[in-house]
Every structure is written in structure tokens, then in C-alpha cells.
Design a protein around this ligand. Structure first.
Ligand code: NAD
Length: 505
């Protein structure tokens, strides 16, 4: 088992980050495992940040001209670096974000997966050829690189979310300027070092293709306001999106918003309860309830409630909480004191409204500056109060339902629209759930929980989740601009819609 300060520094050094970058400076990087400072960084000034954005804007002029499959080769090399660094980078995610080891490694695997995906995509950035009404004409659409892509990321997926954006942006011909969470800056520096290794192997990558802004929210704001950045992908709370969205709109920049979730699962009378139990446990307690797709609301049919919920209570009572580096631990720490206080507030509110709570207590692990909690199973009487908002902690609100339509209506009756799931063996219910009359979320699953997406699908949600899509399917189109081209290879100039415009000479 590894411990403390030296390990983060040793990992950073192995990954090629110069010690000068993380060993001095007045910005502390802390580990939620024990609250200890594991690095010191220096924040970029606003002037330095602007210079970095300028470098990226300059890099665009060159990078956009490199053929897309060649750009794909760069991303292939990046994937190779990530493969080689998987153990180290995964452990750094564990140290900095507090994820259990398999989830830290899983996050890096997701980066590798999206690199592989982007390499293939680099040969598939195609548009349509469209029938024209004019003789001897051809109409087609061409996808061009868009420009600098700003990426603002949250603490809870400190590196994977960057890769969903960056791997696509790079093959699409866009440089990236990344403002990582102020809570997870070491992993960002590690990724920057791996990008540099891939760039050195590729040769000829323009200076400024990838820039990292180290600092707080002010640098995120600066990135959002900069006219040289035509697309910003911002991942974080809905509160953040409320600031970022209108600002981008006001300068007509493109926004890919990936905001909060308040995800639900419905357990129907026919559900396979063994499977549902496993799905619920992972989705609600995994990552200590700190995934955007974490299961937060559970609607259980009254006919199975008294079978399933006691089993769930037992699982909640037996799950191992502790140092995420230890074998067998499933629930690591909350990110910080603020997260813990948010959890206490929500539980107090639920208790005052008559809820029955199993778990939710602070655990004596990791010292005074670490915040470990037992996951809370909260049986509520009404779909109201704290149930209807996202608290970024392991709280699962459980309630009964009797009619399937009511369960769907309650599930949709929140601001967020990220992820949802249904456990059923009834084909009519399953199809209804994924139909237009079912879940209103960007992700709707059957017989798996709402969390744990893979990169092949487009990831994102509706309503207050922001409407953005990242990763697979046609998400790449947000990083490019579309031109419709009409080419006349004839000798006359017929006008569309039969318009005549005969000039005399
Ligand atoms: P946060 O909103 O506090 O911060 C996210 C990022 O936004 C940080 O880098 C922060 O510096 C930056 N930021 C904050 N205010 C800003 C502003 N006004 N202008 C520009 N940048 C600003 O979120 P967090 O606590 O790090 O992460 C947890 C939240 O993120 C949860 O709500 C979770 O659901 C959400 N999340 C969503 C997704 C998704 O894909 N939908 C994925 C991961 C996390």
C-alpha cells in the first residue's frame, strides 16, 4: 500500500511532470484520503492564462491543416502513453479524488477507450452529399475544424471528462485549453505531461495545442469570456452552468454543458431483485455518491418494497468504508468538508420531514481533515424537499409507488434530466420507459443502474443538466463547423425555386 505525500510526487515525477511545477507555489493540492497537502502549485495569473489561450489560437492555424487521420495518429500515441501510465495515473486519481483503486484505474481505461474511438473517428468525419434540384450541380456538406475548445471540468471525473472532449477535439482539428477543477489539479498536470510525451513522439505538433490553466473559478470565467474560444465544454454543477451558459450565448459561442443530475431508478413488480440489488448498490454508493449519474432516488413498487428495502438496508450496513487504497473498500471519502456539510443539511431536512434514515454518520477514518461517511438510505414519505435536488453525497431517497405512470411522472418531476433506469421483466414497461412517454433523461437504462456509462454512446442530459453531449455517437459534430457547398459544373446558372433573374448586358 502507498502512503501520503511522497507517492503523489513520485508518481508525478515518473509521469514526467517537472518538480518545479508541483513542489513550490502557494496553491495547495490536498488528498481527501487524509486531508494532507500532496503538492504545491502556482496559479496562473489572468495575463498568463490569456497568453496560453493565445498560443492555442495560434496553434489552430497549423493543426487544422494537418489531415484528420494524421491527427488521429497523435491521439493513438496519446492512448499508448495512457496505457503505459495507467497504474500511476489511476493511483493519482485515487489520491486526489479519493476513488477506490479499481475506479481510479477504470477512469484511465475510459481515457484509453475514447482515444481508440477517436482514432477510428479521425477517418470518419464525413458529411452528406445531397440531391440538388439544379442540373449539373452537386451539393455537399463539409465538416471543418472549429477553433480552440475550452474544457472546464469537475473534480469527480478529474481526467476522463477531459479525455472525452480532448480526444475528439484533437482529431476534429481543435486545440484544447483546459481549466481543471481547483480540487484536482495534479492529475491535470500529469495528463499535460502525457500529452507532451505523445506530442514529442508525433513530432510537429504546434506549440499551444494543449494548454492547462491552473487556478480557480476566475480562470474558468476568463476562458468563457474569451472570443478566441468558439466552443466551451463545461462540466460541473447546474449553478456553474447558469453562469456559463448565458455568457457563452451572449457572444454566440457554442456550449456543451454537462451539469448536475438527480437520477432515479424504478423497481417494478416483475424485477429480478437480485440483479436490482446489485445495480442499485453500485449506482447509489459507488464513488461515494459523487458521480453525476449516481442513483439518488429509488421508486419501489409497493408489492416488492418490503422484500427489497430490508435487503438494501443490510447491504448499506455491511459495505466497507475506508481508505480507498485498501482492498475490499467500496466507499472512500467525500471530497471535502463542504461536501460533508451539504450531506448533513440534506439529511437534517429529510429527518425533519419524517424520513427514516439508515446510515449517514461521519466515520472516524483518516483524521480530522478527512470526511468519510456511511452511505445513507433515506425512506421518505413524499417526493419533495431535498429529494428533488442534487446533493453530491451518498444519499439514496427511497419511496413506494403503486402505478407505473406515477413512478415515471415522479422520476421526471425534477429539474435535472441526466440519467434514469428501470428494473423490470415486463416488456411493455421496458418499452414504455424508453419511449417518448417514458423517461425524459438523456440516459434511460433497463435492468442496469443509471451510472457507469461507456464511451460509445453520446453522454449527457436534458433540462437543467444542460443538453450537451460528449463522447460517442455523433457528439464530434459539436467540435466542428459544417459548411454546405454547392458546386455548379454546368454552363448555365439555373436558380433554385424556379426564380428567374435575367439581366441584360
Ligand atoms: P463545480 O460546478 O463546483 O465546478 C466545476 C468546474 O467549474 C470547476 O472547474 C470550477 O472551477 C468551474 N467553475 C465554477 N464556476 C464557474 C464559472 N462561473 N465560470 C467558469 N467556470 C466555473 O462542480 P464540482 O463540485 O467540481 O463537480 C460536481 C458537479 O458536477 C455535480 O453537480 C455533478 O453532477 C456535476 N457533474 C456533471 C457531469 C455531467 O457529465 N453531466 C459530470 C461530472 C460532474
Amino acid at each position: 500500500m502507498m502512503h501520503g505525500t511522497d507517492d503523489a510526487k513520485a508518481i508525478l515525477q515518473r509521469l514526467g511532470v517537472p518538480a518545479t511545477v508541483f513542489a513550490s507555489g502557494d496553491l495547495p493540492a490536498r488528498s481527501p484520503i487524509n486531508g494532507q497537502v500532496i503538492g504545491h502549485l502556482r496559479a496562473d495569473t489572468a495575463e498568463e492564462a490569456k497568453v496560453k489561450i493565445g498560443r492555442a489560437a495560434y496553434a489552430f492555424k497549423e493543426w487544422r491543416l494537418i489531415p484528420a487521420p494524421r491527427r488521429g495518429e497523435f491521439v493513438r500515441l496519446l492512448g499508448e502513453e495512457l496505457r503505459a501510465a495507467k497504474t500511476d495515473l489511476g493511483m493519482l486519481v485515487t489520491l486526489e479524488a479519493g476513488k477506490i483503486v479499481s475506479e481510479g484505474l477504470g477512469e484511465v481505461q475510459e481515457m484509453i477507450d475514447i482515444c481508440d474511438y477517436a482514432v477510428g473517428l479521425s477517418r470518419q468525419l464525413f458529411g452528406l452529399t445531397i440531391a440538388t434540384e439544379r442540373p449539373s450541380h452537386r451539393m455537399m456538406e463539409t465538416w471543418h475544424p472549429l477553433g480552440v475548445c475550452g474544457v472546464i471540468s469537475a473534480f469527480n471525473f478529474p481526467v476522463a471528462v477531459w479525455s472525452w472532449n480532448a480526444a475528439l477535439a484533437f482529431v476534429c482539428g481543435d486545440p484544447v485549453v483546459w481549466k481543471p477543477s481547483e480540487k484536482t489539479m495534479l492529475t491535470a498536470l500529469a495528463v499535460q505531461a502525457l500529452v507532451k510525451r505523445a506530442a514529442d513522439k508525433f513530432g510537429g505538433v504546434p506549440d499551444g495545442l494543449h494548454e492547462v490553466l491552473i487556478g480557480g473559478r476566475d480562470l474558468g470565467e476568463l476562458l468563457v469570456d474569451d472570443h478566441r474560444v468558439p466552443v466551451v465544454s463545461a462540466t460541473g454543477s447546474t449553478a456553474m452552468g447558469r453562469h456559463v451558459g448565458p455568457k457563452l450565448a451572449s457572444r454566440f459561442a457554442r456550449a456543451i454543458l454537462e451539469l448536475g443530475g438527480n437520477n432515479a431508478a424504478i423497481v417494478a413488480p416483475s424485477a429480478d431483485l437480485d440483479l436490482a440489488l446489485r445495480g442499485i448498490a453500485f449506482a447509489a454508493m459507488g464513488t461515494a455518491g459523487q458521480r453525476c449519474t449516481t442513483l439518488r432516488r429509488l421508486f419501489v413498487h409497493e408489492s416488492v418494497y418490503d422484500t427489497l428495502v430490508p435487503r438494501l438496508r443490510k447491504v448499506y450496513g455491511s459495505v466497507k468504508i475506508g481508505d480507498p487504497r485498501e482492498n475490499g473498500v467500496l466507499v472512500g471519502p467525500l471530497i471535502d468538508k463542504g461536501a460533508y456539510e451539504g450531506m448533513v443539511r440534506a439529511l437534517d431536512e429529510a429527518r425533519a420531514a419524517g424520513a427514516t434514515i439508515t446510515g449517514g454518520e461521519r466515520q472516524n477514518i483518516g483524521g480530522a481533515d478527512a470526511y468519510y461517511v456511511s452511505p445513507a438510505l433515506v425512506e421518505v414519505k413524499a417526493h419533495d424537499g431535498p429529494v428533488k435536488r442534487e446533493t453530491f453525497a451518498p444519499i439514496l431517497y427511497v419511496m413506494r409507488y403503486s402505478k407505473f405512470e406515477d413512478a415515471i411522472a415522479m422520476q421526471n418531476d425534477v429539474g435535472a434530466g441526466l440519467s434514469s433506469s428501470l428494473f423490470t421483466l415486463d416488456m411493455r414497461e421496458a418499452e414504455t420507459f424508453v419511449s417518448v412517454a417514458g423517461s425524459d433523461c438523456g440516459i434511460a437504462n433497463v435492468n442496469i443502474g443509471p451510472s457507469g456509462a461507456e464511451i460509445g454512446g453520446a453522454f449527457g442530459g436534458e433540462k437543467e443538466t444542460g443538453g450537451g453531449r460528449e463522447a460517442g455517437s455523433d457528439a464530434w459534430k459539436a467540435y466542428m463547423r459544417r459548411a454546405t457547398n454547392t458546386i455548379n459544373y454546368g454552363t448555365t446558372l439555373p436558380l433554385a425555386q424556379g426564380v428567374s433573374f435575367d439581366i441584360a448586358e
